[in-house]
Design a protein around this ligand. Structure first.
Ligand SMILES: Cc1cc2nc3c(=O)[nH]c(=O)nc-3n(C[C@H](O)[C@H](O)[C@H](O)COP(=O)(O)O)c2cc1C
Length: 181
C-alpha cells in the first residue's frame, strides 16, 4: 500500500482547496492510501529550533517522512504560495541535510475563485520543490479557475469533465510514484 500525504495550503474551514483535495483523494486507484497532513498547528519556522524542535515540528516531519509521495493543493495569496504552506515546506526542509521532502514524488494543484487559477502559487511552489529534489508531475499541469463553480452544495465536483481531467492527472502521478518505489 503506497501512502500519499495531502498538504493543503489554506486553513479556512470552508476552503475550496480542501474540498477539491477531498475530491481528488477519491481518484487514486486501489493500493493507494491518502492522508491529510496538518500544517495549521506549526509554529513559525525559526532556525534556532533546528537544535531543539517543537513537538509539532517533530510530528509533522515524521508524518511526511512516512509518506511515499505528496500532493499539494493550494490557493494563491498575492500571486504566490500562502505563508502557511511555505512555513510547512521550510520546516520539513530542515535541519540542513535532513529534509523530509527529499526524493519524494509530488504533484501540484492550484486553484482560485477568479480566472487566474493560482498560476503564480503553482509555479512558486514548483520552484521550491525543484530545490528540494522532489520529482514533480510536469503534465498535465493543474490550474483550477473559478473554484466556486466547480463544486455542488455537498462539496463534490459538479461536472464530469473536471473529474476526467483530474483522473488523468492522478494516473500520471501514480506512474511517477511507481518509478520511485
Ligand atoms: C490574502 C489573500 C490573497 C489572495 N491573493 C490572490 C491572488 O493573488 N490570486 C488569486 O487568484 N486569488 C487570490 N486570493 C483569492 C483566493 O483565490 C480565494 O480566497 C480562494 O478561495 C482561497 O482558497 P481557499 O478557498 O482554499 O481558502 C487571495 C485571497 C486572500 C485571502
Amino acid at each position: 500500500m503506497a501512502k500519499v500525504g495531502i498538504v493543503v495550503g489554506s486553513l479556512r474551514k470552508e476552503a475550496f482547496s480542501k474540498k477539491i483535495a477531498e475530491n481528488i483523494a477519491e481518484l487514486f486507484p486501489d493500493g493507494y492510501e491518502t492522508e491529510f497532513v496538518e500544517i495549521g498547528n506549526l509554529p513559525l519556522y525559526n532556525q534556532d529550533y533546528d537544535e531543539d524542535s517543537p513537538q509539532e515540528y517533530v510530528t509533522f516531519r515524521d508524518k511526511v517522512r512516512g509518506m511515499d509521495a505528496i500532493l499539494f493543493v493550494t490557493p494563491e495569496y498575492n500571486r504566490s504560495v500562502p505563508g502557511v504552506l511555505k512555513n510547512a515546506i521550510d520546516i520539513g526542509s530542515r535541519p540542513y541535510g535532513e529534509s523530509v521532502w527529499d526524493s519524494k514524488p509530488a504533484a501540484v494543484v492550484s486553484q482560485s475563485i477568479s480566472n487566474l487559477s493560482g498560476f503564480g502559487a503553482n509555479h512558486h511552489l514548483r520552484q521550491s520543490l525543484t530545490f528540494l529534489n522532489m520529482p514533480v508531475v510536469q503534465q498535465p499541469e493543474v490550474y483550477l479557475a473559478n473554484s466556486q463553480d466547480l463544486l455542488d452544495e455537498s462539496g463534490k465536483f459538479n461536472n464530469e469533465g473536471t473529474v476526467e481531467f483530474l483522473k488523468s492527472f492522478i494516473d500520471t502521478f501514480v506512474e511517477l510514484i511507481k518509478k520511485y518505489q
